[in-house]
Design a binder for this molecule. Structure first.
Ligand code: FES
Length: 146
């Protein structure tokens, strides 16, 4: 914030820096940014909730986002999502009790030609199936427990 002269137009960059540092944006951080950049708390909260990139809760060690946009939905993303929900007992926006996996949904990853698509720890995976995405998740979570 200091580097940008505490300018209100540095809001997104500031939120990005906080999330990169701490992993998510909590309420004290949002209020601090509001105060320091002279932006209303409502506007800060509005920006933080508008962009899917920003997280308001601590995330799990691994994060899987399933695209539920039109192209992906038509190609079976709902089944891919339902399988992860059932297998790990979490809904979008939740994290497993052991903190290993967070599940999110996104409206479009910009990879519609690869539908259905998902991301796992930031890596875009195209043409996912119920089995292939679950296998990828198991690979990264089992690797942690090995
Ligand atoms: S709708 Fe899924 S990547 Fe565009």
């Amino acid at each position: 914030m200091r580097r940008n002269g505490n300018r209100p137009d540095a809001l997104i960059e500031t939120l990005h820096s906080i999330q990169s540092t701490f992993g998510y944006l909590d309420e004290p951080a949002l209020l601090y940014v509001s105060d320091m950049l002279s932006v209303s708390p409502a506007e800060v909260y509005g920006v933080a909730t508008f962009y899917h990139y920003f997280q308001l809760k601590p995330q799990g060690k691994h994060c899987c986002s399933v695209c539920t946009g039109t192209a992906c939905y038509i190609k079976g993303a709902d089944q891919v999502l339902a399988n992860i929900e059932k297998t790990y007992g979490i809904k979008p926006g939740e994290t497993t009790e052991d903190g290993e996996l967070s599940l999110l949904t996104v409206r479009c990853l910009g990879a519609c030609g690869l539908a259905p698509a998902a991301t796992l720890d930031g890596e875009v995976i195209g043409n996912v199936t119920v089995e292939s995405l679950q296998q990828r998740i198991e690979e990264v979570t089992v690797h942690d427990n090995a």
